[in-house]
Each structure stands twice: as structure tokens, then as C-alpha cells.
Design a binder for this molecule. Sequence first.
Ligand code: 5GP
Length: 207
Amino acid sequence: MSKGQLFIVSGPSGSGKDTILKEVLARCPRLEFSISTITRAMRKGEVEGEKYHFITKDKFLRLLEQGEFLEYNEYMGNFYGTPKTPVKKCLESGNDMILEVDVNGAEKVRSQLPDVVSIFIMPPSLEVLKKRLSGRGTETQEAILGRLKTAISEIKRASEFDYIVVNDNLECAVDNLISIIKSERSKRERMYYIIDEVLKDVGSFNW
Ligand code: 5GP
């Protein structure tokens, strides 16, 4: 068994990453999601430990000092970090893992783990993005504007990613992401182990 593959999924808030990932995780065996540790307030409908662990800024800074994060970023006044240990454990077990981080987080992970495969989820237009952000009803007008501005600077950096998936149709976007994961899993470098496994009995093979 080879070590698991790390995937990064980024994209502006409102690009539909969460919905796509939920579907992809339900359909892909041997794929785990990295639960981030964050300091923003819990939104309506969010559940502790599902997508995020919610902690205070003080606790976050303590964990940061202890070197507990693979990467972290400050986004709109809050901290978001990827805990190191679950990623290490997952990859060592041979399962693949998806990190959902912003573009800065993606850059930090890439610089430490160059083998990571990164995917940018692109909204079909700014207009659609604005509609999706407003439609959530969880954010103030000011926060929506802030998220839109951040989105524009993130979209400008989409070329840093290995793949770009446009989310104009949920089903297509999910299929695209699954295809990327499957192709990456079949890459020669990840499949060397199978050569030894298939040929392990060649000495005693009944010709
Ligand atoms: P939201 O507040 O909308 O849940 O997330 C805001 C942004 O933070 C999104 O772009 C999301 O991808 C990003 N994010 C979530 N978890 C992490 C993390 O652990 N690290 C970094 N760098 N960004 C994260």
C-alpha cells in the first residue's frame, strides 16, 4: 500500500466548495476531510467537529506556538488552521485527505509538501457569487462585500493551482473533482507498489 495523497481544495467563499466536497466525500472511499480549527463564531446550522473545531483566539495562539498547525491563515479577522496530526495519521494509513483552505493556506502547504495536488473551485461569474453569498442569509451586507473583495483577489491567484473546476453545475463540478482524484490515484508514482505486489509470487508461479 502506498502512502495517501494530499489534496487541497480552495475557492472563494460562496463558490460552492462545501456542497461539492460533501458529495465527493460521500462518493469516494478512502478519502477523508481535514477538520480545520477556527476562531470565527459558529454560523447557524454549523455543528462543532463537523467541518470545523471552534476555539477561542487565545487557545488558537497557544496551539500555534506549540507547532500544532500544518498551516494557518487570518481571514477577515479570524484564524483558520489545519491541525497537523490528523493529516499525518490519515496519509500514513494509506487514505487520501482533502484540505479545504484559502489560497494563502494552499501556498503554505505547497511550500512544505510539494507533492500536494491543488484544485481551485471557480464560480461561473461574480454575479452568481454575490447571489450565493447574499442567499445564505448568514452574513451582514458589510461581510458579504468583504467576502466579495477577498474573492476577487483569490480568483486572480487561481493559476497557482494544478486544476480549476468551474461550479456552474453542481453535478458536473462533483464529477470533475472525482475524475481528478481518480486520475491522481492512478499516477505511476503512486502505483509502484502494485508492481511488486502483482509480481511477488512470480518465483513460485505455476506456469
Ligand atoms: P468560512 O468562514 O466561509 O467557513 O471560511 C473562510 C475561508 O477560510 C474559506 O476560504 C475557507 O476555505 C478557508 N479555510 C477554512 N479552513 C481553513 C484552514 O484550516 N486554513 C486556511 N488557511 N483556510 C481555511
